[in-house]
Design a protein around this ligand. Structure first.
Ligand code: NAD
Length: 234
């Protein structure tokens, strides 16, 4: 298990032009999150929900990783299994920066994939509309496809991996998350060394639990953060 656990959120991709939930005041690109990201969204608002993810997938094509993604990918390449990179982000900017898919854990799903609602087979559709994949039906069992995204109130299977990594973690690094979804405080309490990087204080995070705090952009904090991780592991 890795000694260093790096948990990122929407703030990491903000400088690549993908809005965070928080900055958009509960909206994500003008859609009400409670309508398109909820456990009952596909049941009650299927058309608008699928349309929302079609648009997010399409716009992802033009987004590029920023310096923070690139530095973290290089760090992971240098230290391998000593570092676990876990993200709440559903974008593919780590992968665009050269991270192999198997080297990163996406807690809340992955935007370029769809999953069958019946047999749970996963298909990569890149930046295409969900309809373009066998008219929105599973090529294996003909069940309906949906975005491979964990909606609010749904089970997140990858949380188990996060729990495993927390057990052995000696340095916990948080970049660009408000802590509203993942209980960052309880992880920081459990780990002796920790680093926090956000733009500003968050109501859900007690920053006194962290050994170091950077309230600046991730692209500005990343050199210091990577230096600290390198010293810790050397
Ligand atoms: P959030 O929107 O709740 O909080 C964003 C945090 O990032 C804030 O604490 C803010 O201070 C910080 N931040 C903003 N810009 C920053 C920057 N340039 N550098 C450093 N920090 C910066 O985001 P969250 O905690 O990730 O939770 C929201 C949920 O929304 C997650 O479940 C995630 O899956 C989803 N989401 C994902 C994306 C994406 O994939 N890029 C985008 C929006 C929302």
């Amino acid at each position: 298990m890795a000694k260093v656990l790096i948990l990122s959120g929407a703030g990491l991709s903000a400088e690549s032009g993908i809005s965070t939930f928080r900055d958009s005041g509960g909206l994500w690109e003008e859609y009400d999150i409670s309508i398109v990201c909820n456990h009952d969204s596909l049941e009650n608002n299927e058309k608008i929900t699928l349309e929302f993810y079609d648009k997010r997938r399409e716009e992802l094509q033009s987004k590029e990783p920023n310096k923070a993604h690139k530095r973290l990918v290089a760090l992971k390449k240098a230290f391998g299994d000593e570092i676990a990179i876990i993200t709440q982000n559903v974008d593919n900017l780590f992968e665009k920066a050269g991270m192999p898919r198997e080297d990163i854990i996406h807690l809340h799903g992955f935007m370029t994939e769809v999953i069958c609602r019946e047999c749970h087979s996963i298909f990569d559709i890149s930046y295409a509309k969900i309809e373009s994949c066998n008219t929105g039906m599973c090529p294996s069992c003909l069940g309906k496809l949906r975005p491979n995204i964990v909606f609010f109130g749904e089970q997140a299977p990858m949380y188990e991996k996060l729990s495993e990594h927390i057990q052995d973690c000696e340095l916990f690094v948080v970049i660009g998350t408000s802590g509203e979804v993942i209980a960052v405080n309880s992880i920081a309490r459990h780990v002796r060394n920790s680093i926090l990087n956000n733009l500003e204080e968050s109501e859900a995070i007690d920053d006194t639990l962290f050994s170091k705090v950077h309230y600046i952009k991730a692209t500005e904090a990343i050199d210091t953060i990577c230096d600290d991780i390198t010293s810790f592991l050397s």
